[in-house]
Ligand binder design. Structure first.
Ligand code: SF4
Length: 299
């Protein structure tokens, strides 16, 4: 029995086929790294610029691999995931997104920050969303302003809320990232994030544990003076508590993070994504709960 609304089920229900997400690096940067907002990036972020190949080249290899693995009955979504994918002039953004659309993808997923969605950029997203599925992914992480300050994200939760409202007003589906286990946060904070997602009727969420990769400011702080991180058991328990409070229609795109094995510093259990997912599923089964069961409007 499926106890939560995962991306695979959503894709089958909505489109009758599996969706393969093709990761695309559009060659963008981030205002929290280029000096506009900050230079060091968010405390937990270890993203590094990589050499960028043309979008068509990035696609071909991934498309072939997806077909080898899952067969021909697939739909493809171009997932602009690296850095801030609306941080460019509207003309350049349009050019880059159209390049992907020309490759015959069925949808776009565009990861960005809540402070990088100007009216002209929203116009482009809205126009494209009338032609194909466009999901905008925002790194909310938490609703707690103290944590947001500690993360050095460089914009407030209120700004993020404004961005969610602006996207929703244009009928553009919103996907929010939540981090479970940031230092100083408790279940109350995580439930608050869940309530926010419910109340904004977002399309989906991605849930991550806090993990520390080489190169992030928080990792350096941990190496100087280790602080407590959630154990695998604590993380699984927290996620199994959260899921029943989430509205049943919100699509869970991710249940745990997927750190680079070579880059991961702590906690080492985060390397084993499949074991974590199966631990969460077991907890939901043991508790005999499923997504939406404890949902209350404005909870
Ligand atoms: S998490 Fe996103 S917004 Fe923060 S530094 Fe990394 S790329 Fe920039």
């Amino acid at each position: 029995m499926q106890r939560y609304n995962d991306f695979h089920s959503y894709s089958l229900k909505t489109y009758g086929k599996k969706t393969a997400r093709l990761t695309v690096d559009g060659g963008f940067t981030c205002p929290n790294r280029d000096g506009t907002v900050g230079v060091g990036g968010c405390a937990f972020c270890a993203a590094k610029p990589q050499p960028v190949e043309p979008i068509g080249v990035q696609f071909t290899d991934q498309m072939n691999k997806a077909r080898e693995k899952w067969g021909e009955n697939l739909r493809f979504v171009a997932y602009f995931s690296a850095f801030t994918n609306t941080y460019e002039s509207p003309e350049k953004l349009k050019e880059r997104f159209e390049e992907a659309i020309l490759l015959d993808v069925d949808g776009l997923m565009i990861a960005t920050r809540g402070d990088c969605l100007s009216a002209p950029v929203l116009d482009i997203l809205e126009e494209m969303s009338k032609r194909l599925e466009v999901i905008v992914e925002l790194g909310m992480q938490t609703t707690n302003e103290h944590t947001i300050l500690a993360m050095g994200r460089g914009y407030s939760h209120q700004s993020l809320e404004n961005a969610v409202d602006a996207l929703r007003a244009r009928n553009i589906p919103v996907l929010l990232h939540l981090i479970i286990g940031y230092p100083g946060e408790t279940m109350d904070d995580w439930m608050d994030s869940v309530s926010f997602c419910n109340n904004k009727e977002v399309h989906g969420i991605k849930i991550h544990s806090l993990f520390l990769e080489k190169g992030a400011a928080l990792t350096r702080a941990y190496e100087r003076e280790p602080f407590s991180l959630l154990s695998k058991e604590e993380y699984e328990e927290a996620v199994a508590e959260i899921i029943p409070h989430l509205h049943k229609d919100i699509v869970i795109h991710r249940l745990t993070g997927d750190p680079d094995r070579e880059q991961l510093v702590a906690p080492l259990w985060a390397r084993d994504k499949l074991r974590v997912i199966s631990g969460i599923r077991k907890k939901l089964k043991d508790k005999k709960v499923k997504q939406g069961e404890h949902y209350e409007k404005n909870n």
